[in-house]
Design a protein. Sequence first.
Length: 136
Amino acid sequence: MIAGLAIVATGLAWLDPAVSLLVSAVIIYGTWDLVRQAIGLALDAVPEGIDAAAVRAHLAALPGVAAIHDLHIWGISTTETALTCHLVMPGGHPGDAALSQVARELEERFGIHHATIQIELADSDEICALTPEHVV
């Protein structure tokens, strides 16, 4: 409205597109973080603030874990994070209580709210098809 009054008073018609560009810049600046988060969600990217290498190291250091593969970490919303992985545990399944503890640790240390962990015993020559890192 102010730009319209200025145009009427001064005859400077270029004020209209200039003010439009300024308003557009303010909107983009104000929503940039939301746009960035939305793009990350759409691409199933590891959420900002989560160090995937640290998560991998934490899981690999758990008692009885010989290897870890098929690790995926992604945001399911702007406030919730999910994880799936395969843990190779030749000594056997650690039990539900141990898996619940791992899930609690992932939430407390890394902010990962939904963890799905598959245990593999490595008790045969059959290798999980998802073991190579390039397989999704």
